[in-house]
Design a protein around this ligand. Structure first.
Ligand code: AMP
Length: 283
């Protein structure tokens, strides 16, 4: 495995691989089994003839909350070991100063999918995500990239970005990896208090109960209300949103025959957790 910290080092490392299948996994580090599953999928997609490129970059531009950025865990040595064990060929680990010019003046604004859910709550977040991912795609020029469905809205927006800007990359969505008790793995989970860590699987239980209720005909607003009620009973938890939307448009579900998405964001103390589940009507 090779590691590049500058753009030029990265370009030099990739020069000999042009023309091959190049599968990319962008991350912000503090890697866990969710990231590892993306890297293993990337390895399978690349096969023996292609290469896997992972990036580890805590992108300051996508943080709308300075405290969240300052407390975001960073574990570079362990991260490299995870990449190595998953068969990554090249790791790109730049610093913010190397990634961005101080007087950068181009922004990337998505104006429909990012107006709802997390986008409505975190101004500028998805513009920062689109900016960094488009830069990474320009640097690496991958044929494929793997993103987790944990960040469902992010994946939808990036699909829109590559479609609308004709970026020649195929995006792959990977299933959410969870702890045994159902909590979706997240780099932020280590910041939960023991009490909140013990309570957090309630999100998954509420989503599973909601799925069963929706499948058997419970109205969408009642499904959401039950999830809010469940989370409301946990001390120190503040619901940011619970919404049932069209899984593709991320806006109001116009047709119940279409795939729906139930998405949740909630603060456990000052740690913001997100999770989601896809829903279909069976009646
Ligand atoms: P992050 O480091 O949080 O930017 O995440 C990097 C990638 O890993 C994104 O595509 C995430 O959606 C994905 N990811 C994070 N957590 C999980 C998880 N529990 N299961 C699957 N993918 C995940």
């Amino acid at each position: 495995m090779q590691t590049a910290s500058t753009k030029q080092e990265l370009r030099n490392m990739l020069a000999e691989h042009r023309g091959k299948r190049i599968v990319m996994v962008p991350t912000m580090g503090a890697l866990h089994e969710g990231h590892a599953s993306l890297m293993r999928q990337a390895r399978t997609l690349a096969g023996t003839g292609g290469i896997v490129v992972a990036s580890i970059f805590l992108n300051p531009v996508q943080f709308d909350n300075a405290g969240d950025l300052a407390t975001y865990p960073q574990t570079p040595e362990a991260d490299l070991a995870v990449c190595e064990s998953c068969g990554v060929d090249v790791v790109f680990m730049p610093t913010p100063g190397l990634m961005y010019c101080a007087d950068r003046s181009i922004t990337m604004e998505e104006t429909y999918l990012s107006t709802v859910l997390c986008g409505a709550k975190r101004p500028g977040h998805f513009a920062g995500v689109c900016l960094v991912v488009s830069k990474l795609f320009n640097l690496v020029q991958p044929t494929d990239a793997v993103f987790g469905k944990k960040d469902y809205q992010q994946l939808a927006i990036l699909r829109r970005m590559v479609r609308d800007l004709d970026i020649p990359v195929t995006l792959h969505g990977a299933e959410i990896v969870r702890e045994a008790d159902g909590l979706a793995l997240s780099s932020r989970n280590v910041r939960l208090t023991p009490e909140h860590r013990a309570a957090a699987p309630a999100i998954r239980r509420a989503l599973l109960a909601a799925k069963a209720a929706y499948e058997t005909g419970t109205p969408a607003d009642e499904v959401c209300r039950r999830v809010v009620d469940t989370l409301f009973t946990i001390p120190g938890v503040k619901v940011d949103y619970v919404e049932l939307v069209d899984a593709e448009t991320l806006h109001a579900l116009q047709d119940e025959k279409r795939l729906a998405l139930l998405a949740v964001a909630a603060f456990f103390g000052d740690v913001r957790l997100i999770d989601n589940i896809e829903l279909t009507r069976n009646v």
